[in-house]
Design a binder for this molecule. Structure first.
Ligand code: ME8
Length: 518
């Protein structure tokens, strides 16, 4: 049977500078979802990449004394390096300076123009250069850009406009009749009430004030507005063509999920649907605007001097510790907070204590009591059923959470298995059973613990792949896919375990922070 497809994308990151941990959170979140869907049996296509045009980048390159292309090549490779370092399993890393994308954007612009959805006019407005956005007077906050708080300038230029207004009623109707299109729900109301219903103005989709962009091919002093260029990445890179879309496009589009940050929901749920309708293309099934990661409860910003980078954190704590922290600490709809202090606390309590100790203790006991051979089930007691129930319901709950994009809840559901297993050790006290030479009972206890750990690791793999693989290696098992966890008890008795080695070594917080501040 052909697998059901699942197309997930992240935003494409600006190549204005190195991405901070907030930007990196997004690719890790997408990765956990993509891996989980693959584990469930979907044919996943996972796309990410970089957004490389615009005035800001042109200025940055000038400051650096290099060409914009040299500048974006450097930053894009840094972004890709970080995505790779964080062990993200994207299928394609796309760049908006790819000539194939550029060609398609020109064709798209022309098609919209020929259709009458793009027309030539004059633009006068308040423009925020860093955000590449025009604003109306009423959208400003204290006279400044509502997104970044910086000065805006009056800008006027001959420009092409896209007829957003034409699609306003259709957009309201669509959003209201597709309650899952914008997630979380609160964002949907914000879009409808604050942006769409008050009235959509036609959107300026070309610029003449700088040159680092895709030229409008029939009027080359104009470059295409960076958001029209950027948003179309989702279709151009899977083979969209205005005349002749490829089979890949027909297979994967519409995307199942555009995963983006809450600050760019507006672009994805207003401009993007209207652009797609103009091209007679279906809309993506869902746009999820994830919350932000803050540091010390403050927005992370390159210019604020408080940027923390994922690769630095990974060097200090390990890739999976960083993945765990960001996935666990940012709930579905509320911002999460990151400090070294909090990260070390989570690391010690969840990774070193709950998970690391459990695996280490269990394998060590199996070594000690059974020479490292997985025992078979002996005598059962009621308490076993409770452990097994917890494991079974955690599997169901994790999948439910993932289907609802509640990734922080899902990882917590997986940890429920590890917490319950630790409790099971306290309840059954295997060392007493050993002392009493109650081998039959001890066999069951150790078997159940090993199997609970294996099942936990199968689920954990989407979130902390490297850790899960280390656990599989210690358990010496090939039973690592979802079909192996349909029932409790598949771990093969008689197999020899490998030697235990600590997964996460406890960190001495005070000493660590002291050293860091020096
Ligand atoms: O917005 N916490 O690129 P970008 C979590 N090029 N997520 C954050 C964040 C934070 N502190 N700060 C930013 C762009 N993000 C455009 C996208 S898509 C067609 C074009 C998220 O590099 C942000 O919301 O500024 C966005 O989803 C992603 O990081 C890349 O941001």
């Amino acid at each position: 049977m052909e697998k059901e497809k699942y197309y997930i994308s992240t935003a494409i990151a600006y190549t204005s500078g190195k991405p901070h941990i907030g930007n990196t959170y997004e690719i890790i979140l997408a990765d956990a979802i993509a891996r989980y869907k693959r584990a469930l049996g979907y044919d996943v296509y996972f796309q990410t990449g970089t957004d490389e045009h615009g005035e800001k980048i042109e200025l940055k390159a000038k400051e650096a004394g290099i060409t914009p292309q040299e500048y974006v090549d450097k930053v894009a490779s840094d972004i890709k390096r970080i995505w790779d370092k964080m062990n993200t399993s994207y299928d394609r890393f796309v760049r908006t300076t790819d000539p194939k994308h550029e060609k398609q954007v020109q064709k798209i612009f022309k098609k919209m123009y020929d259709k009458g959805d793009i027309y030539k006019g004059e633009y006068k407005g308040l423009y925020c250069t860093p955000c590449e956005s025009f604003w109306t007077e009423s959208q400003l906050v204290d006279g400044k850009c509502p997104d970044c708080g910086r000065e805006v300038k009056i800008a006027s230029e001959e420009a092409y406009f896209f007829k957003l207004s034409k699609y306003q009623d259709r957009l309201v109707e669509y959003i209201e009749s597709h309650p899952d299109f914008i997630q979380p729900e609160s964002r949907k109301n914000e879009m409808l009430n604050n942006f769409i219903k008050p009235g959509l103005q036609d959107l300026c989709v070309s610029r003449t004030s700088f040159t680092w962009g895709i030229p409008v091919d029939f009027d080359s002093k104009h470059v295409v507005y960076v958001w029209l260029d950027a948003l179309t990445n989702y279709i151009t890179n899977i083979g969209f063509d205005v005349d002749n879309p490829t089979d890949e496009f027909k297979k994967y589009w519409p995307a199942d999920l555009h995963l983006i940050g809450k600050d760019i929901i507006r672009f994805h749920t207003i401009y993007w649907p209207c652009f797609l309708w103009s091209l007679d293309v279906d809309l993506p099934k869902q746009v999820f605007g994830h919350p932000w990661l803050l540091t010390n409860n403050d927005k992370i910003g390159k210019s604020r001097g408080n940027a923390i980078y994922a690769d630095d954190l990974a060097d200090l704590f390990g890739v999976d510790a960083v993945r765990y922290y960001v996935l666990h600490e940012i709930p579905f709809a509320n911002d999460g907070n990151l400090t070294y202090d909090l990260l070390i606390e989570r690391y010690n309590s969840d990774l070193a204590n709950i998970l690391g100790n459990l695996v280490n203790r269990t394998i060590s006991m199996a070594k000690k009591y059974f020479n490292g051979i997985v025992p078979s089930i002996g005598v059962k007691e009621d308490i076993d059923a409770d452990l097994i129930n917890t494991v079974t319901s955690a599997i169901t709950k994790t999948t439910e959470d993932m289907n609802n994009l509640r990734v922080a809840d899902a990882i917590d559901s997986v940890f429920e298995i590890f917490r319950r297993s630790n409790k099971y050790i306290d309840e059954t006290t295997p060392w007493t059973l050993a002392k009493e030479e109650n081998t039959e009972r001890l066999q069951t206890v150790i078997y159940n613990l090993l199997e609970a750990i294996r099942i936990g690791a199968v689920l954990l793999h989407s979130f902390l792949p490297e850790t899960a693989e280390k656990i599989f290696a210690q358990l010496n098992t090939d039973l690592t896919d979802f079909s192996s966890i349909e029932t409790f008890g598949k771990l093969e008795s008689g197999k020899e375990l490998n030697d235990p080695s600590p997964l996460f070594v406890r960190i001495d917080k005070e000493a660590f922070l002291k050293e860091l501040s020096q």
